[in-house]
Design a protein around this ligand. Structure first.
Ligand code: SIN
Ligand code: FE
Length: 365
């Protein structure tokens, strides 16, 4: 396990104006240029930085780092010790990258998945598979003919991802709720979406219709694209940014618009609409998610680090505390696990603990 621990601590004290000019030491003189929010994201220069070789000293404390694991079951350390360390890394907002995915995708599954683009328009939603119900959602009418085959493929991915994580991260095994699998066949670059659904804007994940009541969102991604990397940017973690956006959410709630929004939620509850009975934790997380995407100045000025997840790699992140955006990439598989508080190795670092400290009261039912 290579943990990129050597932070550039001096960067934590940069004047606000310099935040977007963080230098990448391995690229001698290459800088991330300050641009307006949409341009920054669409026009950011390509930097030859891969997940496996990302320079380790770029980011200051409070930013997500990559922990690269070349050999997930290498017997160099006690497995239990190593898995505990990896869980702690993930829970503090770092990403675990497996440059060679441990999930074998059979050739016939891969061929069908890669051919899927023909039926998909950019407005198409990702395809979701619900393992507990063995059910697919998000298919267009023209795709129904292949639904059975796709369901089998996503079921197999779900089973393999769960088997792998059970062995790789035993503290979570048996404690999680297996959430949805998604298949992401659409090119993410310039993908059209409404503001709150845009994934090219930096955000923490919060599901609008599936409250977690404090459980954490752990995602296991695999890039099945045969030639192109999937490109993300990340910024500061929830520990650094959460209280700031939670404070903005609370301030917004007492505004006239906040009263209006509360009125709408009340109507939604009366109508029993999905997501309308969110616990306070999920309400606050969802407000943070929306406020981040609405905040042009934040999107423009927050320092970002760019990561390329190479073809056939997998990566794991708690996306409720890794602030992330996807810039480009097509054809990825992903399995979400909901990890309850009692399975965490560092529950005090969870978004729930951070928000309860901020609010001074329990936020779950
Ligand atoms: C996201 O969760 O925001 C998107 C990640 C991805 O599709 O790579
Ligand atoms: Fe996300």
């Amino acid at each position: 396990m290579n943990s990129s621990d050597d932070f550039d601590h001096s960067a934590t004290n940069l004047p606000a104006d310099s935040w977007c000019l963080m230098r990448c030491p391995d690229l001698a003189g290459e800088t991330l240029e300050r641009q307006s929010a949409p341009n920054y994201i669409l026009r950011q220069r390509t930097i030859p930085m891969t997940a496996a070789s990302a320079p380790s000293s770029l980011m200051a404390q409070g930013f997500s780092r990559l922990v690269t694991v070349e050999d997930p079951f290498h017997a160099d350390e006690l497995m239990s010790e190593r898995s505990h360390k990896l869980c702690a890394e993930l829970e503090s907002g770092n990403l675990v990258v497996l440059p060679r995915s441990p999930i074998v995708i059979p050739d016939e599954h891969r061929s069908l998945l890669l051919a899927w683009k023909q039926a998909s328009s950019p407005y198409h939603k990702n395809i979701a598979y619900r393992p507990l119900e063995d059910r697919l959602t998000g298919l267009e009418a023209s795709e129904q003919g292949e639904a059975g085959q796709l369901r089998r493929i996503l079921r197999a991915y779900s089973q393999r991802a769960a088997e792998f994580l059970s062995a790789f991260l035993p503290p979570y095994a048996g404690n999680w709720k297996l959430d949805y699998v998604s298949y992401r066949p659409i090119e993410e670059k310039a993908r059209p979406a409404r503001l709150h659904a845009r994934n090219d804007l930096v955000h923490f994940d919060s599901f609008p219709t599936r409250p977690t009541n404090g459980a954490r969102i752990l995602r296991f991604f695999t890039n099945i694209n045969p030639q192109d990397s999937r490109v993300w940017v990340t910024s500061q973690t929830f520990e650094a940014l959460g209280p700031r956006f939670a404070a903005a959410a609370v301030a917004g709630a007492s505004s006239p618009f906040g009263a209006f929004a509360r009125g709408l939620r009340h109507i939604a509850r009366v109508l029993h609409l999905p997501g309308s009975f969110r616990p306070p934790y999920d309400e606050l997380m969802h407000c943070c998610h929306n406020l981040m995407k609405e905040d042009e100045s934040f999107q423009k000025n927050t320092p970002k680090q760019r990561w390329e997840f190479v073809p056939n790699s997998s990566w794991i992140a708690f996306t409720d505390c890794v602030s992330h955006a996807v810039l480009s990439g097509q054809f990825a598989l992903e399995q979400t696990f909901l990890i309850p508080q009692n399975a965490l190795v560092s529950p005090h670092r969870s978004p729930l603990a951070i928000l309860e400290k901020f609010a001074g009261r329990p936020l779950t039912f």
